[in-house]
Design a protein around this ligand. Structure first.
Ligand code: NAG
Ligand code: NAG
Ligand code: NAG
Ligand code: NAG
Ligand code: NAG
Ligand code: NAG
Ligand code: NAG
Ligand code: NAG
Ligand code: NAG
Ligand code: NAG
Length: 776
């Protein structure tokens, strides 16, 4: 059952069209096709800020709710009132349209399905190593005791060793969260580490296995232990990636909000979780999920953008994954400027399962398997193309598609399978080859090769197309080609690392080219972290279920950043979400372990569209020197710039400054001007000059003089005025202008550079992007 659920989940995410028979798939297809229209009859009514005076409903909220309940007592599914106002209910289309016209309503939209950001295919979603956080602040387990990381995900497996509370002090008094009771979960499953656990009904599926905070998928357990898992010595996936597992902020508390089922994550549940988390008192929110790249929701119809706006207004930093829809450009999700958006990179570990050919030539392969084959090449080898069935489709056979191979030709052999598209998973090839009693699979795929998947006992590995030529040449050169596939060994200090994971979603943002997204990158490939305790589908034959698992995705990179954000917060409890975000971004690095620029999967030098400010470090954000604070006014100006009017903005924000009005001549061009830790300019062409202002705040506590260093491509001149900033007190703010002038006559492609303020001790770096394209 469990295995089936996992199967459906990942197919839901990425292979929806192949599952027409399954009820799950129908549901999912309906929802995807009608997502922005009228799928289930459940609508979210978003009404902006909550009552700021006391905990009661806003009058307009109460009135609309009463009118809905009058019609049907059981129509209401969620009521939002702590962090913001609104509700989710089953409505007719007419009622939804009529409510949308009422005063105080910002938006009414069908409840969307949001997806987990594991890998782009379940093919990549497998094995793992210890969490790669390079250094920890000293004594973090005492200093970060009072930081709570809230996680919206698939639930948690509370018995995991990663959630023991041995060294934890008492739960902070201010904590108002709860541990909900369910059939397989009681409040006693919570402790001083796991201090909150809630779940939300899916109106489309009330199965009891979903009415619990317990994780039956593994994803939430994995993410939670990456963010704040306790130290576990000797963690491994059946001996692979052995080491000490611990979260980014092992001293922080965890509160799990289960919003996802195997069918996806309901927008209405996500909003309920935000509403609760704000009232419960979390400090950091971590969301490894988002809308599929193709949806591109408006901000007012995006539950994550809405919920995170109010969380940030309440002092909570919100960290979200960028998505796994790369490497195509303009695929990044969770692009609102108040979100810290995380891309994924590789780490310096490699899971090698090599191929040995007759004559003992070794070909490098990547994959996680526990191959029972002999170490010497004694098994017959065949190119799948030559195993096509009589009158069969030779292209299908070449790729080892189901029912394309001739059993007489494949039986007892290792099969070489080509792969040229994402929709052909290695698992599918394995199934096709197993069906005709083949012995092993050597798959050819340059992208998949970079992200090892788990194939259990079956000898399977992925090789590069370059190496494939060698093998095919060998097969052609002899009448009886032989080979073997070796079981996986973990290689460390792999170089170059980090590199951008090919699946990581890329910028620019679909909402605006005037803010760089993603913001930051962190490890998201082959990450070892805790797993649910009864997942036999991940166990090799005869072994107990794994306690840790190795999986990949921006889902895995997000909690690395959430953990560091919690560490920064615990050392600097008064810092705003934007100060913490700035600290993480301005201290990022852009070099790999060969001291060369970080590259993408294709080998090109990574740009801010791939990794924002660069790869996060764990020590830099604790002492950034200066920070860029993005104020509420900046965010409200942003809403003006993207076209909201003042009446709507007044409904949305509860912290709106006295007398706030939208700036005259507001246009999307002005988004560049909000005080963000990076700079992006669109419509930059001809003899253009653009003047951008930024303000930095001294957080190093003492006298300091900073000097600007500019790294710019030759097509532009960049002047920073002034080019020295002097600070005499802590919290002091200083502003500067940056004047960009194009020296070339036109800008053929987007240009990238950076501005770094340094005082010898701290370096505070902001990347910039200049584009001739229009804003959106
Ligand atoms: C694992 O445990 C959960 C919760 O008790 C249960 O729903 C699920 O069916 C179990 N899975 C397996 C494979 O036993
Ligand atoms: C809503 O669903 C009904 C029934 O499935 C369909 O007839 C109607 O066209 C849908 N409306 C929209 C806006 O999709
Ligand atoms: C809260 O506000 C509502 C309406 O603004 C008011 O009716 C109610 O008396 C207030 N409650 C308290 C406890 O102040
Ligand atoms: C009220 O809502 C419930 C749940 O959506 C639905 O099953 C029921 O048919 C509705 N009743 C009426 C009278 O519309
Ligand atoms: C942590 O403490 C150890 C020993 O006290 C010291 O060597 C190390 O530099 C410290 N690390 C940091 C990040 O402060
Ligand atoms: C860490 O904690 C130990 C014991 O509580 C203490 O002696 C030491 O000074 C602390 N180190 C730092 C850097 O705070
Ligand atoms: C191997 O032989 C096949 C069939 O004769 C041919 O299509 C293919 O190009 C050859 N491959 C190599 C690498 O020589
Ligand atoms: C503000 O915008 C909303 C939504 O677009 C619209 O309904 C409303 O009439 C506008 N208000 C004013 C004063 O322009
Ligand atoms: C918005 O940008 C335009 C063009 O750069 C500029 O003329 C205008 O003054 C800006 N408006 C604000 C409010 O900054
Ligand atoms: C850039 O803009 C700032 C603020 O609008 C202004 O004070 C400054 O004079 C401008 N600098 C130049 C060179 O235009």
């Amino acid at each position: 059952m469990k295995g089936d659920l996992v199967f459906m989940l990942f197919y839901f995410l990425f292979f929806v069209s192949f599952l027409r028979e399954a009820r799950a798939a129908e549901l999912v297809e309906d929802n995807i096709n009608n997502n922005q229209k009228n799928n289930t009859g459940v609508y979210i009514v978003y009404m902006g800020a909550a009552d700021s005076t006391n905990g009661s409903l806003r009058n307009d909220h109460a009135h609309i709710l009463i009118s809905v309940l009058k019609r049907n007592q059981s129509a209401l599914l969620h009521n939002y009132k702590h962090g913001f106002s609104g509700f989710a209910a089953r409505l007719t289309e007419e009622d939804a349209l009529s409510i949308a016209q009422k005063p105080g309503v910002v938006s009414v939209f069908p409840d969307p399905i949001i997806k987990l950001h594991t890998t782009r295919s379940w093919d990549f979603l497998k094995y793992q190593t210890s969490i790669k956080i390079d250094s920890k602040p000293n004594n973090s387990s005492t200093s970060s005791d009072d930081t709570v990381i809230g996680i919206l995900d698939t639930g948690i497996w509370p018995e995991s060793a990663s959630f023991t509370d041995l060294d934890m002090g008492p739960i902070p008094k201010r904590w108002k969260g709860t541990c909900m009771k369910a059939q397989d979960f009681t409040p006693s499953n919570c402790n001083r580490k796991l201090i909150g656990a809630r779940f939300y009904n899916d109106p489309e599926d009330e199965s009891s296995e979903f009415l619990t905070p317990r994780d039956i998928i593994g994803h939430g357990t994995h993410v939670a232990s990456t963010a704040a898992g306790s130290t576990v010595v000797g963690a491994s996936y059946y001996g692979l990636a052995e080491g000490t597992a611990k979260g980014g902020s092992p001293g922080s508390r965890i509160a799990m909000y289960r919003v996802c089922t195997p069918f996806g994550c309901r927008g209405s549940a996500i909003l309920s979780a935000f509403d609760d988390a704000i009232a419960d008192g979390v400090d950091v929110l971590s969301l490894s999920l988002g809308s599929p790249a193709a949806f591109k929701p408006e901000l007012t119809e995006d539950p994550i953008a809405i919920g995170s706006f109010h969380a940030v207004e309440n002092g909570i930093i919100v960290v979200c994954s960028a998505g796994n829809d790369g490497p195509s450009s303009k695929t990044v999700a969770n692009v609102a400027p108040w979100i810290l958006t995380v891309a994924a990179t590789t780490i310096d570990r490699d899971f090698q399962s090599n191929v040995v050919l007759g004559g003992n030539t070794v070909i490098k392969g990547e994959g996680i398997n526990f191959s029972p084959l002999k170490q010497s090449p004694v098994y017959p080898l065949i190119n799948a193309q030559s195993a096509v069935q009589a009158n069969g489709d030779s292209v299908a056979a070449r790729k080892c598609q189901l029912d394309s191979l001739d059993k007489d030709k494949v039986k007892g052999k290792i099969v070489i399978c080509d792969s040229t598209s994402y929709s052909d998973s290695v698992e599918d090839k394995i199934e096709a080859v197993k069906n005709v009693e083949g012995l092993g699979v050597i798959a050819i795929d340059d992208l998949i090769r970079a992200v090892a998947s788990t194939y259990g006992d079956f000898p399977a590995t992925v090789i590069s197309s370059k190496d494939a030529d060698k093998i095919l040449l060998y097969v052609n050169s002899t009448s009886e080609p032989v080979a073997t596939i070796l079981p996986t060994v973990t290689m460390t200090e792999y170089k170059p690392a980090p590199a951008i994971a090919y699946f990581s979603s890329r910028g620019p943002s679909y909402i605006s080219r005037n803010i760089i997204k993603p913001d930051i990158a962190a490890p998201g490939v082959e990450i070892l972290a805790a797993w649910m305790g009864n997942d036999t589908s991940q166990a090799p034959k005869g072994k107990d279920p794994p306690l840790f698992n190795v999986i990949s995705g921006t889902s895995m990179s997000c909690p690395h950043v959430s953990g560091v954000a919690a560490s920064v917060k615990s050392q600097n409890p008064t810092w705003s979400p934007s100060a913490i975000k700035s600290a993480i971004m301005t201290t990022a690095i852009q070099k790999n372990n060969l001291k060369a620029p970080i590259t993408t999967d294709s080998g090109s030098i990574a740009t801010p569209y791939d990794y924002g400010a660069g790869e996060m470090t764990t020590s830099g954000p604790l002492q950034p020197g200066l920070v860029y604070e993005t104020s509420t006014t900046d965010y409200l100006n942003y809403l003006c710039y993207i076209g909201f009017n003042i009446s709507t903005i007044k409904i949305i924000s509860k912290t709106i400054p006295e007398g706030f009005v939208c700036p005259q001549d507001s246009s999307s061009d002005n988004i560049t001007d909000i005080n963000y830790p990076s700079i992006a300019i669109s419509k930059f062409e001809g003899k253009n000059t653009k003047n951008v202002t930024r303000t930095v705040t001294n957080v190093a506590g003492d006298d300091a003089v900073y000097t600007a260093i500019v790294d710019t491509p030759s097509e532009v001149t960049v002047n920073v005025i002034p080019d020295k900033l002097q600070f005499t007190t802590n919290s002091q703010k200083q502003s500067y202008q940056v004047i960009f002038s194009l020296t070339a006559t036109s800008l053929k492609e987007d240009l990238f550079g950076s501005i770094t303020w340094t005082n010898g001790r701290y370096s505070v770096r902001s990347p910039f992007v200049l584009s001739s394209k229009s804003n959106v």
